[in-house]
Ligand binder design. Sequence first.
Ligand SMILES: [Zn+2]
Length: 133
Amino acid sequence: MLLIERCSAWARALQTGNLVRRAEPKPDPDAPGAFLPNGAAAKSGLTKSILDAGWQTLITLVCAKAADAARTVVLVNPAYTSRTCSGCGHVLASLALAEREHVCPACGVISDRDVNAAINILRAGTALRQASA
Ligand SMILES: [Zn+2]
C-alpha cells in the first residue's frame, strides 16, 4: 500500500503544466515589432505529445503493475538530464529542443540528446535505489 500511495503522490507532483507552457516570443533586435523564430512549432508538437501521453495515468499504471510484479519504481527528477553531459557531468547553459545532439564543450563527447538524458536518468535512478537500500 505504501508504494501505491507514494506513486499517487508522484503522479500528483508531476507538473505537466510546466511542460506544456507556450514558448516565449523572441523580439528581433534588428527589426522593431518583428520576431525571430522561437521553436514554437516544435514546442507545439511536444506539447500535444505530452498531453496525449497522460503521464499521470502512466505513472499510476506503471506503479500498479510494478506492485503486482513485486518490482520497484524509481522516479527521477528530470531537471537538467538533457543538458548534463553523461561523460563528465558538465551542464550546458541551454539546449534548445530543436538541438537533437548533445555536444559537450568540456570533454568533447557527442551523443544523441535523448540517449545522453537516458544515461543520466539511469544513473540518478540507480543512485536513488542504492541510497534507499
Ligand atoms: Zn562532457
